[in-house]
Design a protein around this ligand. Structure first.
Ligand SMILES: [Zn+2]
Length: 405
């Protein structure tokens, strides 16, 4: 049986909030959001205090002040106070008893207290910039790290997504200090639905609705109480914040003085050195690209291999390389920029430098221009000299996913 864990945030007519946890089946497959319900068989697990449970209260704050006047304790009618009541300072965390726990919808139309999520554009989120507050947005994922096809592994680890939307993409060259893409960290405490995991396991661009993510410094964090879902087809075209469509090919920020770790940027520069200590090469099958090449004694005599994947004799294997170069970048003149290159860039860089034996002349690489390269920023160190560790990457592309390679 599929294990089902559900968490509800509830509010009563007096403005009191509660978080209800259930590991049974009483909430399963029921659309309870926005409904007025009667809850029975609940046990108090904890009285959560603002300040000690920041994650829970940042969510409650998105629903405060209430949209309808609250009832005052001890009175039947709505409280007529002119000033807005103070935000709640505590909240009960409840759990549904496995057999006595019950939840019944008592009123069919949507509750007057209910406030649906209010999505913002990424630009609006950056403009307000209140750290530790929640935000909801639609965005296109253009890069994901790591790319994993195993759903189980995806569920257990931190995933970095690079997202963008139309409001960040349409900025002109001298844009007002907003980046064109934004890193989103999906921590392992963010519970992901099966359909979201399946989407993440595909190496293709995807769009999500991020509900109640937390604003952090220069990035957005999806953790406990954040919900990722697939966006519904757009009905209201006028509302740009609900669309994940981009105006054209994705534009990245160039490397500059504000580039941060875990972001992506585009880089151009001149090769000033090759990191020979980390350079190595290995042969792969020229037909299927497999690295599982085996060499029997007779293969070895004629310099051939057998491919363990396509069971073919490989007489002219393709050489793959690992190569890191140091670039002089006009955008960061005082900085050492190390880039781990992709195969395609290595091939074009070594096109005229490769020797007969598969080696290459380092001197013929020095002074070559490379770029623009799309790079992921792996590390930034500022100790004594500033040094950037970049890795050339490929953005998620629809064609690559459909061709199955
Ligand atoms: Zn092969």
């Amino acid at each position: 049986m599929l294990f089902c864990r559900v968490c509800l945030l509830v509010q009563d007519a007096y403005g009191m909030f509660g978080e209800v946890h259930s590991e049974g089946a009483i909430f399963k497959d029921r659309r309870l959001e926005g409904q007025s319900c009667r809850l029975a068989g609940m046990k108090v697990l904890q009285k959560a205090i603002r300040g000690r449970t920041a994650g829970l209260f940042s969510l409650i704050d998105t629903l405060w002040p209430p949209v309808v006047p609250l009832k005052a304790p001890g009175h039947g009618q709505a409280c007529e106070e002119a000033n807005t009541p103070l935000p709640p300072r505590f909240c009960y965390v409840l759990t549904a008893h496995p057999t006595l726990g019950q939840i019944d919808i008592i009123e069919d139309p949507v509750s007057k207290l209910y406030q649906p999520p209010a999505p913002c554009s990424l630009r609006e989120i950056l403009q307000t910039g209140d750290l530790g507050t929640r935000c909801s947005f639609y965005a296109r994922v253009i890069y994901q790290r790591p790319l994993l096809s195993s759903l189980l592994l995806l569920e257990q680890r931190e995933i970095w997504l690079t997202v963008t939307d139309v409001t960040l993409q349409v900025q002109d060259e001298n844009h007002s200090g907003f980046p064109r893409t934004l890193p989103v960290c999906v921590t392992s405490s963010c519970v992901l639905a099966q359909e979201v995991l399946e989407e993440l396991a595909k190496a293709a661009p995807h769009s999500f609705f991020f509900r109640d993510a937390l604003r952090d410094q220069g990035r957005i964090v999806c953790g406990e109480r954040t919900v990722l879902s697939l966006p519904k087809p757009v009905l209201d075209v006028a509302s740009g914040t609900r669309s994940c469509e981009l105006p054209g090919p994705v534009r990245l920020d160039g490397l500059d003085s504000v580039t941060q770790v875990n972001c992506i940027c585009s880089v151009q520069g001149t090769v000033v050195a090759v990191d020979e200590s980390t350079a190595f090469s290995w042969p792969v099958c020229d037909r299927c690209g497999s690295e599982r090449l085996e060499q029997s004694p007779e293969d070895s005599d004629r310099g051939a291999f057998s491919c363990a994947d396509c069971s073919r004799v490989v007489t002219s294997p393709v050489l793959r390389r690992h190569l890191q170069v140091f670039l002089a970048c006009p955008a960061r003149p005082q900085c050492t920029v190390r880039v781990k290159l992709m195969q395609s860039s290595i091939s074009s860089l070594l096109r005229f430098a490769a020797g007969e034996d598969g080696g290459y002349e380092v001197n013929s690489v020095i002074g070559k221009e490379v770029g623009w390269l799309n790079c992921f920023v792996q590390s930034i160190t500022t100790h004594r000299t500033s040094c950037l560790g970049l890795e050339e990457i490929e953005l998620l592309r629809a064609e690559r996913a459909s061709s199955g390679t």
